[in-house]
Design a protein around this ligand. Structure first.
Ligand code: FNR
Length: 387
């Protein structure tokens, strides 16, 4: 953010809630920096495309745009909801919004409830529209908020869609978190009914199970973001904020993004977005191949924005867009949906997960290969060996 680089000064005026927002930025930045420096395993590493050396197409023939929640996105990437509520958050949102404007990618913000409860913090959210008047922007609320907040949140941000987050694990790990999770279905339903724009229900890094997505579909939700384990870790963040080992016992709780997508694959009723631990465009392509329509990035882009400001994030997103196009050309996919026909091997712990959850991983390894149109036979393909 150049001259607006966040200093993470302790919050004074807005108390504990604002301090938490600054803690989240600082600790998530630290986690993302450590993830980039280290070689931590990711479930995405257990997904492997079968390479077909003659299967490529011209990158000029790749169309990256996708339709999500009633809007046409120029490419499947989006900046996921993160922050707002403090001066530091305002600087971050300004940098993220500038990058979103220059690259055309949609962006979310952090939960706006802090501004609905304390209007003095509103500029940390309204800065997004100041920077990016024409772009696709999401407002963000917790599922426990009153129905009227849906309209207030969307108006405050000038939002095109409303993200509603389900963050039960984080609430439990937070000293000041809610212990009243039982009313979420009802309050969520009321928020959905009241929202003047399409709703995207998301997790915050612990994943949406098949059962949860079924329930959300029944509640009338058309778009979900699985936001699985593997990236920003709010259990670790909240444990660090507590200063004790409080809920460290839950480390590893929840489903990874790849696990969630394998569970959600093939649904017609709900559009699935992927987020949680996306490190690079290849991870994003794997998400698309598992049926995600769009791919959200939070921690990795926050790291770039905090260290290099808006211009560095513009460079990063433009590089990712170019690499995404190149990867689709390599895989012979004229558009993101075509990736769902590419052969994908599931290995290791991820394969074990498939076995336990009744997911047919071998079908993914033998989808419709590009060579099929040439009349060649692939193992297990329709014209090939029977399994
Ligand atoms: C978040 N995330 C988040 N999500 C949400 O719905 N409302 C929120 O207020 C926040 N706040 C927030 C703050 C910070 C600093 C970060 C990094 C993230 C969660 C985010 O949208 C995403 O679901 C997870 O971070 C997983 O994605 P990554 O970070 O692994 O790419």
């Amino acid at each position: 953010m150049g001259s607006e680089r966040a200093e993470f000064a302790p919050a004074t005026a807005h108390g504990l809630r604002a301090e938490r927002k600054n803690d989240h930025l600082r600790l998530a930045h630290g986690q993302a920096t450590a993830r980039e420096a280290g070689a931590a395993r990711s479930d995405f590493d257990e997904l492997q495309f079968i390479h077909h050396a003659l299967g490529g197409i011209d990158s000029a023939d790749v169309e990256l745009s996708v339709e999500v929640a009633g809007a046409r996105w120029p490419c499947p990437l989006f900046i996921n909801g993160m922050t707002g509520g403090t001066d530091a958050a305002r600087g971050v949102n300004r940098a993220l919004a500038a990058a979103a404007r220059e690259t055309g990618v949609p962006m979310g913000c952090g939960s706006v409830s802090i501004a609905l409860d304390d209007p003095r913090t509103a500029p940390s959210f309204t800065v997004i529209r100041e920077e990016n008047p024409e772009g696709i922007v999401f407002a963000n609320l917790g599922a426990d908020r009153p129905a009227a907040d849906a309209v207030r949140a969307v108006e405050l941000v000038g939002a095109d869609a409303l993200q509603i987050h389900l963050n039960a694990v984080q609430e439990i790990a937070m000293t000041e978190g809610s212990r009243e999770l039982g009313g979420w279905r009802d309050s969520l339903q009321a928020l959905i009914a009241a929202s003047p724009v399409p709703v995207i229900v998301k997790e915050v890094g612990f994943g949406l199970s098949r059962r949860t997505i079924d329930e959300l579909g029944a509640l009338g939700v058309h778009t979900v973001d699985v936001s699985g384990r593997g990236g920003t870790d709010f259990l670790a963040i909240e444990n660090e904020r507590r200063g004790d080992d409080g809920f460290a016992m839950l480390a590893g709780f929840g489903q990874s993004t790849a696990e969630c997508l394998l569970e959600a694959a093939g649904r017609e009723d709900v559009t699935v977005l992927a987020s949680g631990g996306i490190r690079n465009p290849l991870d994003a392509v794997k998400c698309l191949a598992l049926g995600a329509r769009g791919v959200g990035i939070a921690g990795a882009f926050l790291r770039v924005a905090l260290d290099g400001g808006g211009p560095a994030l513009i460079d990063r997103i433009e590089a990712w867009q170019g690499q995404l196009r190149a990867l689709l050309a390599l895989l012979g996919a004229p558009d993101p949906a075509a990736l769902e026909e590419r052969d994908l091997l599931v290995r290791g712990r991820l394969l074990e997960y498939c076995g336990l959850r009744g997911i047919d991983a071998s079908a993914l390894a033998r989808r419709r290969p590009p060579a099929a149109s040439l009349g060649t036979q692939e193992p297990g393909s329709e014209s090939g060996e029977k399994t």
